[in-house]
Design a protein around this ligand. Structure first.
Ligand code: DLL
Length: 437
């Protein structure tokens, strides 16, 4: 098999030459095949011929999540559906998800970057990969799956849930690599402890944790309680899924697979690049994606960018931990949730007042969501049964819209604090104990 990782160590000048060739081709393809890009590039007065150096990237227009929403479901496609071989989706700002598509070559690219991701943690043919990311529309499960197969490891597509089975597989099948969200990994660590299984008696040695924000405190907890090296992995559906960037064992930032994804970190107000090491919004350009070419996608994720060489020998730039977002997206049990989606669900039910508060907690390492909402006066006057009936109805509605089950507290009118300025819609209590954002 060809050495997939050779490109990670080439001289920057060589890498940048490759990036420029790919960027020019991307702009040409996007303008030719996707009406949205054709129009934006025309407005910006840029054609592929104007892309003469990587600095010209800054002349290109941005793409946002709402572009995907407006183009729902297939308006961003640059190929006919016959060439699409896979579709994934992630939740969007309304009830509709963001749909992303892959050609056969896109799947090969994705498998390659995921294989490189796993290789950064030393994963190879002798490993048993316990893949507890969700399989389905979410990109986590299948993204890791194909990467692990490409490195020749034995993949266990266990997905999330069924705790006892997870523990049995750890012990009986000798999982050496754990892939899961950091919160689920901590939940599994606790379950092992409760079952009296010592982590040192398992074969686990490395974990790839991502899809939600986590902290250094959480890393220490995971490394000691699971007896693994915990690596941070970042990615997003619009760009490809997991595989955009991953830590090497130095654990000083996540190397971006820059031959496929071009990173910028910009001031979210001025859109100027921030000084080296300063925090800004990550903007990613997909250099090679066929089905959905991606020009300067505003991820809304806040991070830093470091182009200095790494002790591991990779020349790829590194991004720091994601420390926040420029929008209000929450990640609850790995699912992206916008407060506006819940508002949308609540407002479909006439007996509620438009006052609500979302309380997010982390209990036993798992996220929980409580939705507090005020009942209309008539329901409150009708008594406890009416209030409970309303809560059950809202719970169903919320589940329909976000796919998560929430605890709904229906309160009498005027119980939720009013604010003179912006309403406070979210109370995120997960920061306590170092286990969250
Ligand atoms: O979460 C892809 C993924 C799967 C990444 C498995 C890593 C592991 P989406 O569902 O589209 O895709 O959500 C993308 O999740 O914009 C970030 O806000 C957040 N996110 C992903 N990885 C990290 C991370 C997948 N390591 C959104 N740290 C992104 C913090 C992360 N946030």
């Amino acid at each position: 098999m060809k050495d997939l990782t050779a490109v990670e160590r080439v001289a920057r000048s060589e890498l940048e030459r490759l990036q420029l060739v790919r960027l020019r081709a991307l702009v040409a393809r996007a303008a030719e095949r996707v009406p949205l890009y054709r129009e934006r590039l025309r407005q910006a007065g840029v054609t592929s011929r104007d892309v003469r150096s990587l600095a010209d990237l800054r002349r290109l227009p941005f793409t946002t999540k709402s572009d995907f929403r407006d183009a729902y479901p297939f308006g961003m496609l640059a190929v006919p559906l016959d060439e699409v071989v896979r579709i994934h989706a992630s939740s969007g700002t309304t009830g509709k998800p963001t749909v992303v598509a892959y050609t056969r070559r896109d799947l090969a690219t994705w498998s390659e970057v995921m294989a490189r991701t796993l290789m950064a943690g030393g994963v190879g043919p002798r490993d048993v990969v316990h893949n507890a990311y969700g399989y389905g529309l979410f990109t986590g499960g299948l993204g890791f799956h194909y990467g692990a197969e490409l490195v020749g490891a034995a993949v266990i597509p266990i997905s999330g849930g069924f705790t006892e089975r997870q523990l049995m597989v750890f012990q009986d099948l000798g999982s050496t690599v754990l892939c899961s969200t950091p919160s689920y990994a901590l939940f599994l660590a606790e379950a092992l402890e409760e079952a009296g299984v010592a982590a040192k008696d398992l074969k686990l040695r490395v974990g790839f944790f991502g899809a939600e924000p986590w902290t250094e405190g959480m890393r220490t907890a995971l490394e000691t309680r699971l007896n693994v090296m915990a690596l941070n992995i970042y990615g997003l559906s619009e760009v490809i899924g997991p595989g955009v960037s991953v830590e090497c064992p130095e654990r000083r930032g996540m190397h971006v697979a820059e031959d496929h994804f071009l990173p910028e970190v910009l001031d979210p107000v001025t859109f100027e690049p921030v000084p080296a090491g300063a925090t800004g919004e990550l903007v990613l350009t997909g250099l090679t994606k066929e089905a959905i070419p991606l020009v300067r996608y505003r991820t809304r994720d806040l991070t830093t960018l470091d182009r200095s060489p790494c002790a591991c020998g990779r020349t790829l730039a590194r991004i720091g931990r994601i420390t926040g977002r420029t929008d209000d997206m929450l990640i609850i049990r790995g699912v992206n949730v916008y407060p506006s989606q819940i508002e949308h669900a609540l407002m479909q039910v006439p007996q509620v007042e438009p006052h609500y508060l979302l309380v997010v907690r982390r209990e036993d390492a798992l996220d929980s969501l409580e939705v507090r909402v005020e009942a209309a006066a008539a329901v409150a006057a009708a008594g406890g049964d009416a209030m409970r009936g309303l809560a059950a109805q809202l719970k169903r509605k919320i589940h329909e819209v976000i796919g998560l089950s929430a605890d709904v507290s229906v309160l009498p009118p005027k119980s939720i604090e009013r604010s003179a300025g912006k309403a406070k819609r979210v109370e995120d209590l997960r920061g306590k104990g170092g286990a969250a954002r």
